[in-house]
Design a protein around this ligand. Sequence first.
Ligand SMILES: *Cc1c(COP(=O)(O)O)cnc(C)c1O
Length: 380
Amino acid sequence: MLPFIRSDLAQFTAYKAHPGSDTSEPVAIKYDRIDTNESPYDLPTDIKEKLANNFQEIIESNRYPDGGHQKLKEAIAVYVNESANLTNLPITDSNISVGNGSDELIRSLLIATCLKEEGSILVANPTFSMYGILAKTLGISVVSVDRDEQNFEIDLKAAKLAIQDTQNPPIRVVFVVHPNSPTANCLTTAEIEWLNSLPEDILVVIDEAYFEFSQTTLVKDLSQHSNWIILRTFSKAFRLAAMRVGYCIAHPEAIAILEKVRLPYNLPSFSLTSAMVALENRQVLLNSIPETIREREKMITELSSNSALEIITSSTNFIYLQLKSTENQSLETKLKNLNQTLRHQGTLVRLLPNALRITVGTPEENLRTIERIQNAIKQA
Ligand SMILES: *Cc1c(COP(=O)(O)O)cnc(C)c1O
């Protein structure tokens, strides 16, 4: 242990890139990388050419990037209004902050709310792991509650109790994902009512990373809640995971705080340009979503016909696959074996304690995935 390092960091392990994005390992076979919920499709060639041209002609590599993100914020505001069917255009650039991936925004929010032992955060597991990971690296304590084992609704009774009972420091931020990762379900009416009832001194972060697939958003309710923030990303439906662009939608006062916390040039010029071009071409890029949804439904139908498997409905671009219990091997061992078998055959999925999270890929990938899973179950 280096003597100058904060003592609580000693026990942490670094966030490990998922196998699909880890290039340090020699890749012997061409994997189906369906472990990180990215789009299976790269940008179309003409859009890539446009970006390359931008890099050639417009971006000055020797200059710092635009630190104010003004044009991008305006373009995002237009998209947010349009995609939520808000004809009175309530969202403007003053409601938007842009981050180096939503991960940066999550960290900024934590810095702005909980640091110096002023607050703890509440999460409902299983959920997106970055909330807890980032909180812990900042020395912020994480309170977790469970979800219903059938429909994955948050245990609201436990959540209410946690908020009531957590002191020194109290819960300052509640993180929810709408729809949730890894379980793929949207917030229920009861959950939304609970979020509505939370007092103004608790920040509610609603992560809508999968909005383009769910087509449900709480944007229209933002105006009634100065303590709500919606997070979005360009990493999924917009096919820009490589560029690291996320944004949040919130009350202008909350945005002003985030602007104070962020690094001055937090987004490289190429990332800013990529996000602009993606928004300009949103009709083309989002064209692949109906296919993804059809493919998802096909995967769920086919895999659900196997009596060993359990899959709930999904509002996202991935499925949450569980094994039905049997008397012999433990479910955990079976899941690990299934994950290994798939990996050996060239399919990378995300192994979780109680399930596999599987991204919807191209139609060819999905056929392979279904076949490989069915065979693996037969042989087990
Ligand atoms: C993928 C994902 C994100 C995106 O994070 P970026 O840092 O923008 O790539 C955010 N939240 C959830 C729940 C996700 O699954």
